[in-house]
Design a protein around this ligand. Structure first.
Ligand SMILES: [Zn+2]
Length: 145
């Protein structure tokens, strides 16, 4: 027979204390992140008239349950919202661009090199022999869209 050991009040207090500390810490991190995003968005809006972003909604995000990825996506959405409302304040433009093939298409000649795995950071276009950094090439495609 199992006899439940009565929980001590101090155990409970410690448990609650730990829980509170974790909650406070998470809130602090979230605030820092938001603060950071506010600064970035303000800076971007100040310096650029048109800002183009990858539209994450069209990507198969639900496949990835990775926590870091989830936070990154959450931040991206927050940043986008901040950019959008700040853009309306200052008469700037925020455009969401479909990320479809942005990292596999050559930004110079338009050649479609097929899907690149995420670890492929650099590649050379087989058609025009342009050498590409994955992210810079994708950014050029987004800008051109
Ligand atoms: Zn090319």
């Amino acid at each position: 027979m199992y006899v439940a050991v009565p929980r001590q009040l101090t155990d409970f207090k410690n448990y609650m204390k730990t829980k509170m500390m974790v909650a406070k810490y998470s809130e602090k991190v979230a605030n820092q992140r938001r603060d950071y995003l506010q600064k970035i968005s303000a800076k971007l809006i100040r310096h650029y008239d048109v800002i183009k972003l990858e539209d994450l909604k069209t990507k198969g995000l639900m496949r990835n349950h990775n926590l870091a990825r989830a936070i990154a996506n959450q931040s991206w959405r927050e940043l986008r919202l901040m950019l959008e409302y700040k853009a309306t304040w200052y008469g700037k433009q925020v455009v969401a661009v479909s990320p479809y093939k942005t990292s596999q298409r050559c930004s110079l000649c338009g050649y479609d090199d097929g899907k690149h795995e995420l670890d492929v950071r650099e590649w050379t276009c087989p058609q025009c022999h342009a050498y590409h950094d994955r992210d810079i090439n994708a950014a050029k495609n987004i800008l051109a869209a």
